[in-house]
Write a protein that binds this ligand. Structure first.
Ligand SMILES: Nc1nc2c(c(=O)[nH]1)N[C@H]1C(S)=C(S)[C@@H](COP(=O)(O)O)O[C@H]1N2
Ligand SMILES: [Mo]
Length: 217
């Protein structure tokens, strides 16, 4: 009799284990997004609002259909890649308060959240000859940044601002957080990341007379 009870107890323990491992077999528990509310202060610092930006994009607000969306990584790479939205954001997330300064004289200080450029391009295996990265956008806009700048400064590709998913007018799905550079380097609505050895590549505003370094003075 006691023996039967012990067997029963063992069975119960095993079953409980199965149920538990069944849950964890589903992999990473997905995040449940509650209503997204913009935060306006972070660690004592006042933040700007996503609405404080002046909308002056070359072709107005772009509405990217995320069902059809792919981020391409190509050019001077060994293994070109194409990622779905979820595949991009399913990486280590980083966050940082950074101010965007437009040459037109306004600025916005925002808590950005995203993935590191370096992590994102790792599996594409950029070739040693690449020294420049061109970001292409849904509206045809482009701008380039030196590869060393992107790596050495842990530059982030943002998908959230002030705790909210990037709004369409702010570049959904992705924007470059090109800290220490003027706003025209902060490409929104990114569709392609292209590696090149053309250090002098000029993007949309750069080819219209704006400084290619775009360093904040
Ligand atoms: N795709 C795309 N990205 C872009 C632009 C644009 O016109 N198209 N404008 C740039 C400029 S000049 C600035 S100052 C910032 C401004 O961000 P905002 O449009 O969210 O205010 O986006 C940059 N990124
Ligand atoms: Mo700008």
């Amino acid at each position: 009799m006691r023996f039967k009870i012990i067997i029963l107890l063992i069975l119960i323990v095993l079953l409980a284990g199965c149920i538990e491992s069944g849950v964890s077999m589903n992999g990473k528990e997905s995040t449940i997004e509650l209503d997204e509310i913009e935060i306006r202060e972070y660690e004592g610092e006042r933040l700007s609002s996503a609405n404080d930006f002046r909308e002056n994009s070359i072709k107005g607000i772009q509405r990217v259909d995320i069902e059809d969306y792919k981020l391409k990584i190509h050019g001077l790479v060994e293994t070109p890649q194409e990622y779905l939205y979820d595949e991009v954001i399913d990486r280590q997330t980083y966050s940082k308060v950074v101010t965007l300064n437009c040459v037109e004289g306004w600025s916005a200080t925002i808590l950005w959240e995203g993935v590191l450029f370096e992590d994102l391009v790792e599996d594409a295996n950029p070739l040693g000859t690449a020294n420049t990265v061109i970001f292409h956008a849904y509206d045809g806009y482009t701008s380039a940044l030196p590869l060393d700048y992107l790596i050495d400064n842990n530059i982030m590709i943002a998908y959230k601002m002030n705790n909210m998913t990037l709004p369409e007018e702010r570049g959904f799905p992705f924007q470059v957080v090109a800290e220490q550079k003027f706003g025209y380097k902060w490409v929104k609505w990114i569709t392609e990341i292209e590696f090149t050895d053309d250090e002098n590549y000029e993007g949309f505003w750069e080819s219209r007379g704006y400084d290619n370094d775009a360093d904040l003075k």
